[in-house]
Design a protein around this ligand. Structure first.
Ligand SMILES: C[S@@+](CC[C@H](N)C(=O)[O-])C[C@H]1O[C@@H](n2cnc3c(N)ncnc32)[C@H](O)[C@@H]1O
Length: 275
């Protein structure tokens, strides 16, 4: 048992379905961040890559392109609906997909790279999970992943939440270390987790980017209600309240409209380490 059952239920439920349905717009939203991430991971021809929390397979496909015919890529995720889409997108290609919990999957030391785009912040016991992930790496291998910095620095998420604040159900202040998108916001804690899991040569680099949310503020507001922290906060609300929130969020996001779309700031960590 990994203690991750809540997350397994979450990513196999309506959230996993929404992510699969929104894959194209989500990838457009993550275009700038995703490009910087792929450059950071820098998969070379012939490498074997483990894509953890691969979701709908966008990065898995990109890693397979980079690794080429002499390399190999495994996408691993707990979400059946997201993996279903990933398998369809990769049809005819030699990419392996595995439905499993990365924190307990029995890995062998066969990968040159263990990586993830926003898929490693959801472990109930992150030290145990990264100790297990380390077992997937060859001694010469590397860990390279992307995670979010703190919520207030992520304007794309903070502004919609703030705009909708008084229309949201009352909530206890969240535990900042609980599994979730912002669990690794604190770099001191993140470094300690990776050190305790046995990693060396840890680097935690800032990536300041944008979320290319949509063409208009209204579309961006609708996107915010479908994916991300506001989606979680509004899941149980009725349609009339959600419509009010869309109007509010749309107004708040107008100031981030540019000629090429609505692009509020996003703040991430690019994390690297050796096993
Ligand atoms: C924020 S989504 C990111 C998906 C994908 N990497 C992307 O960038 O589009 C987080 C992903 O992590 C997966 N995930 C969460 N906990 C996991 C675990 N313990 N083992 C494997 N995958 C996990 C979820 O199912 C989900 O697909």
């Amino acid at each position: 048992m990994s203690g991750n059952q809540d997350q397994i239920d979450y990513w196999n439920g309506p959230a996993g379905q929404r992510w699969a349905e929104a894959q194209e717009s989500l990838d457009r939203t993550l275009a700038s961040i995703g490009k910087a991430f792929l450059a950071f991971v820098a998969v070379k021809p012939g490498e074997r890559v483990l894509d953890i929390g691969c979701g709908c397979g966008t990065t898995t496909l990109a890693f397979a392109d980079a690794a080429g015919p002499n390399g190999g890529v495994t996408g691993l995720d707990i979400s059946a609906p997201m993996l279903g889409l990933a398998r369809t997108r990769a049809a005819g290609r030699a990419i392996e997909f595995v439905q499993a919990d990365a924190s307990v999957h029995p890995f062998r030391a066969e990968y040159d790279v263990a990586t993830s785009r926003f898929g490693v912040m959801f472990f109930a016991d992150p030290v145990a999970a990264f100790t297990n992930i380390r077992k997937a790496l060859k001694p010469s291998g590397r860990l390279a992943f992307l995670c979010w910095r703190a919520l207030p620095d992520n304007v794309w998420a903070a502004v919609p939440l703030l705009a909708a604040r008084d229309l949201l159900p009352a909530q206890e202040p969240p535990d900042p270390h609980a599994p979730g998108p912002f669990a690794f916001a604190d770099p001191v804690r993140l470094r300690a987790i990776l050190e305790s899991a046995g990693f060396n040569a840890i680097r935690i680099d800032k990536l300041d980017s944008v979320m290319n949310m949509a063409s208009t503020a209204r579309e961006a507001a609708q996107f915010a209600l479908g994916i991300g922290p506001l989606a979680r906060a509004t899941a149980e609300l009725d349609d009339a309240t959600k419509a009010k929130i869309v109007a509010r969020v749309s107004e708040a996001l107008k100031k981030y409209e540019t000629a090429s779309g609505v692009a509020p700031p996003a703040a991430c960590w690019l994390v690297g380490a050796s096993p």
